[in-house]
Design a binder for this molecule. Sequence first.
Ligand code: KG4
Ligand code: ZN
Length: 340
Amino acid sequence: MHKENVYILGIESSCDDTAAAVLHNGKVLSNIIANQSIHEAYGGVVPELASRAHQQNIVPVVDQALKTAGISKNELSAVAFTKGPGLMGSLLVGSSFAKSLAFGLDIPLIEVNHMQAHILAHFIDKEGYEKPEFPFLAMTISGGHTQIVRVDDAFDMTVIGETIDDAVGEAFDKSGKLLGLGYPAGPEIDKRAKLGDPKAYKFTKPKVKGLNFSFSGLKTAILYFIRDQSKNNPEFIAQNLNAICASIQYTIVGILMDKLKLAVQETGIKSIAIGGGVSANSGIRTALKNTEQKYGWKTYIPAFEFTTDNAAMIGIVGYLKYLKNDFAPQNTMATARLKL
Ligand code: KG4
Ligand code: ZN
């Protein structure tokens, strides 16, 4: 097969972002995302509304991705889409669209695991960005997942630790909700954390053995803390919001870093990559960067546009699979609980 000029269309619709991207030989030509603001009013993603918004967005978003890339759909080599994990109704929109388009154009269809894509986003060709060498450890931190993965090859990954309850993004979002912040609260907590004292309040870290995480206890601790403080001072949140955000972020970053240190100790691998929406967090980025000097780790931190859900990461997996002729049949199915 001719593989000199490979144009991949990536489509992502696993949660509440409808995204499409075009990659040329692993380089991003366009990366379009339509966020669904409709969920803000509900303080979380409403699956039925997400699915409907994907249906409205998918055609214009793909159209925009092709236009921005400056190519016509007839030049595409393959269509890659998110098979899972995610919300079934959301996944169905992207997968059905991808299947029809590939069928209509008579080009290969490629299925992509969303979590694998968060990790392989590090292999997008970007000037000045050095790609990780195998083996490395990847920590995927998002609104739906928290995992530490041993990556021996692009398609040889082993989950060595994961959350037993909430994802780390949920810890940010649910804490934010308790503080009256909008959804998703992660970015706002991050912004405010920069202005407050991270040691103002102490929250105990969960005691989970090994490389697994737990965040539900922290959420409860914050709930009680705020309730008790507000009893004495009804203005407690308003008067101390930055310090509360800084303390919450400090605690969460501490939890993530403790597990990473343990993972490095257990595996002897000192190359660490992060991915997923929470990897946009300035606290985790700084903490990770500091380990280069402190412990001699090599760290890989993605560009902001590849941290939260996007289709460029689906496109890069599509490209890597295209090179291996790893194509999906037309009867492939979206899978809500797809494993890594
Ligand atoms: O990867 P993503 O876009 O979607 C999922 O697959 O879940 O991640 C979204 C999550 C949300 O929980 C959001 O609050 C969090 O990423 N997030 C952040 C930041 N930016 C996004 N959390 C902390 N700090 C940030 N700067
Ligand atoms: Zn994600």
